[in-house]
Write a protein that binds this ligand. Structure first.
Ligand SMILES: Cc1ncc(COP(=O)(O)O)c(C=O)c1O
Length: 369
């Protein structure tokens, strides 16, 4: 027997748990982690190189601890795209929105406190909760994956969680949460708490609807979290950020590690933000491809959950994992999120989506013969 995790004195809540583990397989078509399929355009690669070269000259010094230039650029991006004024003191940035979520849980969760999410949803909300010693409550959803508001309000009133997660558009299901539902949950959370409501908008740029940034005014317990991993096509950069009342930005600084955002990261993100319009052009292409996937999967007779994201949940399968494997055997990696009967495919390039649709057609034909 080899010495393993369970032989170490790890914290009780981590015993028997698995780490986040979307497979990173070397297959021709990878449509499993909601990445943007378009590599960064060459002029942006050039600009990153320039900015990073300049930053490299100062790597003997710690980076700007408060990332003011970057937060200013992010605030400008949010203001421009939402029409809602967002200032530098409303914005905080970290290494991916996962780190933003971790800092929020370190600040507002922790031992003796709880967080709730409405599942199926982004699994890291629960995993980071456990990692920060925050108790995790799995809230309900309807059969069609919309949030069951009455049940959700009841759960919030009953458990009085310290942090409420609402993911819109939701991952892995793809559907957006109506603003009225978020507002009702905010009210319920304030009546029970007051607790923090974190709206995870990782996929908002792909949505038919608007960002909930406009709800921030007068709601100091509301946080909107965002990422450059999806719409900006920069998953490898690791840059997430939040918008909230300035007091929230001050509060997360109590837990952030000093100089958490490297000078290289800040320089690269600033370069990407200079090319926002080009990158948002790719988002439009991906939205069209997402809509094509929805239409073609439905035409093949599959059920498809309404999608406001860069991915599509489709089913229903008696044994989703077997179908996942058969699609993989044809060189296309999609995601089995463990939602019984359903799989998720990320919108890729037109050629990748064609390859996926061909694979699905073949699997369907094989199953009906
Ligand atoms: C809903 C949601 N939030 C956050 C993230 C994490 O993004 P990041 O790459 O910024 O850590 C993801 C990534 O898949 C996600 O689906």
């Amino acid at each position: 027997m080899t010495f393993g995790i369970d032989d170490l004195p790890v914290r009780d809540e981590l015993r028997g748990k698995s780490p986040y583990g979307a497979p990173q397989l070397d297959v021709p078509v990878r449509l499993n982690t909601n990445e943007n399929p378009y590599p960064l355009p060459e002029p942006l690669v050039e600009r990153i190189t320039e900015r990073v070269r300049e930053a490299a000259r100062h790597l003997n010094r710690y980076p700007d601890r408060d990332a003011v230039e970057l937060r200013t650029a992010l605030a400008e991006y949010l203001t421009r795209t939402s029409g809602h004024p967002v200032g530098v003191d409303n914005v905080w940035a970290a290494n991916g929105s996962n780190e933003v979520i971790q800092q929020l849980l370190q600040t507002f969760g922790g031992p003796g406190r709880t967080a709730i999410g409405f599942e199926p949803s982004y699994s890291m909300h629960g995993l980071i909760s456990r990692g920060t010693g925050t108790g995790w409550i799995s809230g309900p959803r309807n059969e069609d994956f919309t949030i069951d508001l009455a049940a959700a309000e009841k759960a919030v009133a009953e458990h009085r969680p310290d942090v409420v997660f609402v993911t819109t558009p939701n991952n892995p299901t793809g559907n957006a949460v109506p603003p009225e539902t978020v507002l009702a949950l905010y009210e319920a959370a304030q009546a029970a708490g007051p607790s923090m409501v974190v709206v995870d908008e990782a996929y908002i740029e792909f949505s038919h609807g608007d960002s909930l940034l406009r709800l921030l005014d007068g709601r100091p317990h509301l946080v909107v979290s965002r990422t450059m991993s999806k719409a900006f096509g920069a998953a490898g950069l690791r840059l997430g950020y939040l918008a909230a009342h300035p007091a929230v930005v001050d509060a997360v600084q109590l837990v952030r590690l000093p100089y958490h955002l490297s000078a290289i990261t800040q320089a690269t993100a600033l370069a990407a933000l200079e090319h926002t319009d080009t990158l948002l052009g790719y988002v439009e292409r991906l939205k069209a491809e997402r809509d094509r996937l929805v239409a073609e999967l439905r035409a093949l007779g599959y059920e498809v959950t309404e999608s406001d994201a860069n991915f599509v949940q489709f089913g229903r399968f008696e044994d989703a994992h077997t179908v996942w494997r058969k699609i993989l055997d044809r060189g296309v990696l999609v995601r089995d999120n463990g939602v019984p009967g359903w799989l998720r495919v990320t919108a890729g390039t037109p050629a990748e989506n064609d390859a996926f649709l061909d694979a699905v057609r073949e699997v369907k034909k094989e199953q009906s013969t």
